[in-house]
Design a protein around this ligand. Structure first.
Ligand code: DX5
Ligand code: ZN
Length: 237
């Protein structure tokens, strides 16, 4: 999918829920993707971990390449890896539509963000809860998406860190109105409203979807809560 089509689907004018596949049943990965297709999901969030940048391992580009033919959903790759520059091509080749790197892994992400955009994909930059927003500020114009971590990266099922809400509000003030603001970690019916009111529009949710037996209902409920709390267009200007 082209960068512009992906950006259109993730436009800041309406909330989008992105299931975090880290929490799905890996023994039935293909069925889980099909179930999310049926549930109306438009984005799959893939948490890539290398056991070095974070103390956990997950999946990589071969898995995405295998599933790429199965679904039209946007593949949103969240690279929690050291040295993402060494692996970027494999994620591009595997058909990831959005690629997000961490500022803690790449203190000057200019070249990588530029490369992601030049390959017609959405370029994302993420920051951990302990990293100052100032660290990413110089690169905002190179980002299509900023991913605010609301837990320490590495594991699903952690409690939401409420400081993330203030960070989202501040980002919404300093980033372009078109910049997608995503929030990741501990997102569910109790936390999504505050994040939406602060200006986030892409909500990554693992446990809040996969710990239920009705993905469609879980996604629709969160989308509607986010919609109800969304900041108005005029307050964004
Ligand atoms: C954490 C990951 C998250 C996480 C979300 O490193 O980036 O995407 O799996 O899972 P929940 O929604 O359970 O916090
Ligand atoms: Zn993630």
């Amino acid at each position: 999918m082209s960068r512009l089509s992906t950006l259109e689907k993730l436009s800041t004018s309406s909330p989008v829920i992105a299931p975090s596949m880290l929490k799905c049943n890996f023994s039935r990965l293909s069925d889980e993707v099909a179930a999310l297709d049926a549930a109306g999901s438009k984005v799959l969030h893939w948490d890539v971990m290398d056991g070095h940048f974070v103390p956990n391992l997950s999946y990589g580009p071969m898995v995405f390449a295998g599933l790429r033919e199965q679904t039209d959903q946007i593949f949103d790759a969240h690279l929690m890896i050291s040295n993402p520059q060494d692996y970027l091509d494999t994620y591009l080749e595997a058909g990831c539509d959005c690629i997000t790197i961490h500022i803690e892994a790449v203190p000057d992400p200019t070249e990588l963000l530029t490369k992601i955009r030049s390959t017609n994909r959405v370029a994302g930059l993420s920051l951990n809860p302990g990293t100052n927003l100032e660290a990413i500020e110089p690169f905002l114009s190179l980002c299509d998406l900023v991913l605010v971590m609301s837990v320490e990266p590495g594991f699903g099922g952690q409690a939401f860190k409420p400081e993330a809400v203030r960070r989202i509000s501040r980002l919404r003030e300093i980033a372009s109105p078109e910049t997608i603001i995503s929030v990741d970690g501990g997102i569910g019916p109790e936390t999504i409203g505050d994040c939406s009111a602060a200006g986030a529009n892409l909500f990554v949710a693992g446990s809040a979807i996969f710990n239920t037996d009705n993905y469609s209902e879980a996604i629709a409920q969160m989308r509607s809560l986010a919609e109800d709390c969304r900041i108005s267009e005029s307050s964004q200007e």
